[in-house]
Design a protein around this ligand. Structure first.
Ligand code: SAH
Length: 393
């Protein structure tokens, strides 16, 4: 057998067989290897559990990384080649030349902590585990070989890198610096700024919700709250909305939304650079009503301790939004907080709807797109919740 082998202890093995994919140093039978990298993982009886990624200085010391034939540890080139091929095959219908899609979604693609997003011919990576960091060059070579992108950029400005004791940086990994790239989605062109935009440049995960809004927008007065660059507002106008008001506290984001509307030949976009809570109360006081309201705030609960406060925040915000709906109006409401379970979020919406002078119907549950698969062993990776509520009678 070649390569590193790590063996789980009795307790760790039991958990592994119940489906747990992450382990601490004391779940192992032996000492953790001192160098980060790939390892073969065995249970306490010597049975194979496939590959694992070892991060010696992280609390998540060992993360399972899928099966691999034989009993050896592959070279990183071979590992990335095979894992990327599978990840791309899973998304082959989303890889049109001008499309944007996530092509690696961490554990679900058996590449722990790794995110890769493709925006037309630009690729952005986020390495989020110390165990894969030493092989960044091999990863980039595999991406270059498979996709021949104009640029591979590291958006390593993520908090998770701190937990892994990795440097936070934004760095060109390959190709030439590309400031902005345009992607096409549902007949619309969206600008993506990989170096400075949120996340890796765009909210790829909201594709299904944007499509829903596009399909339900015809003739409606639309309010896009926490709009960023107006992804929802633009989809609504493209779908025939009568008007769209985008609210965001970032003037830059709203300027990008206005530019994108013009680029797409859309009229009817209004922007408002205000605090969302203040503006919603002002609209309510002015007696304004909308037929479709989208609420897509940043995560209110960044950790478990913040959950109680966050629940109140989501409830109050959703109550405000529901009160702005005209008869038959739709609310598309989102939470991207990992610490808020889908059940909890639905309960919060129920609390928001209680005591309103109309019934509220749950019309649809939408999550992240299928390019963000959820490994069932890691239910918390289903981080994006999107519910559609209707103002009934
Ligand atoms: N709906 C967007 C993504 C929203 S991200 C899309 O689909 O692309 C969250 C946005 O909320 C950010 O653009 C941020 O600037 C904005 N934001 C955060 N707090 C805010 C507040 N209190 N009032 C208004 N905007 C806020």
């Amino acid at each position: 057998m070649s390569g590193t082998t790590v063996r789980l202890g009795a307790k760790g093995s039991k958990l592994a067989h119940k489906g747990r994919p992450w382990f601490y140093a004391d779940d192992l039978a032996d000492r953790l290897p001192e160098t980060p990298g790939l390892a073969r993982v065995l249970d306490d009886k010597g049975r194979d559990l496939g590959l694992g990624v070892v991060s010696p200085h992280s609390r998540l010391a060992l993360r399972l990384a899928g099966g691999w034939p034989g009993d050896a540890v592959p070279a990183p080139e071979e590992f990335f080649d095979s894992r990327l091929a599978a990840a791309l095959a899973r998304r082959s219908h989303l890889l049109g030349p001008a499309e944007g899609s996530r092509i690696v979604h961490g554990e679900a693609d058996a590449l722990p902590g790794l995110v890769v997003d493709r925006y037309a011919d630009v690729v952005v990576v986020q390495v989020g585990s110390a165990g894969l960091e030493p092989f960044t060059a091999e990863l980039v070579a595999a991406l270059d070989a498979k996709l021949a992108p104009r640029m591979v950029l590291a958006r390593h400005d993520t908090a998770v890198r701190r937990l892994e004791k990795l440097p936070e940086e934004i760095r060109l990994l390959s190709g030439r610096r590309v400031e902005e790239v345009e992607i096409e989605e549902g007949g619309l062109r969206h600008p993506v700024r990989p170096w400075t935009g949120h996340k890796t440049g765009f909210y790829l995960d909201q594709r299904p919700a944007r499509a829903f809004v596009g399909r339900h927008a015809r003739g409606r007065r639309v309010l896009d709250v926490f709009s960023y660059q107006g992804g929802f507002a633009l989809s609504a106008l493209h779908g025939g909305a009568a008007s769209a008001l985008a609210i965001d506290q970032s003037a830059d984001a709203l300027a990008a939304a206005a530019a994108a509307a013009e680029r797409n030949g859309l009229v009817g976009l209004e922007t408002c650079g205000d605090n969302a809570f203040t503006k919603l109360r002002d609209l309510r006081r002015a007696g304004e009503q909308f037929d479709l309201v989208v609420v897509d705030p940043p995560a209110f609960a960044k950790n478990r301790r913040e959950l109680q406060g966050a629940l109140r925040g989501y409830r109050d915000l959703n109550r405000l939004a529901l009160r702005l709906l005209g008869p038959g109006g739709l609310l598309v409401t989102c939470s991207c907080s990992h610490h808020m379970s889908p059940v909890r979020f639905e309960e919060t919406l129920r609390h928001a709807a209680a005591e309103l002078p109309f019934r509220t119907l749950l019309r649809a549950r939408i999550g992240a797109g299928e390019d963000h698969p959820v490994w069932l062993a890691l239910p918390e990776s289903e981080y994006l919740k999107v519910l559609v509520a209707e103002r009934g009678d």
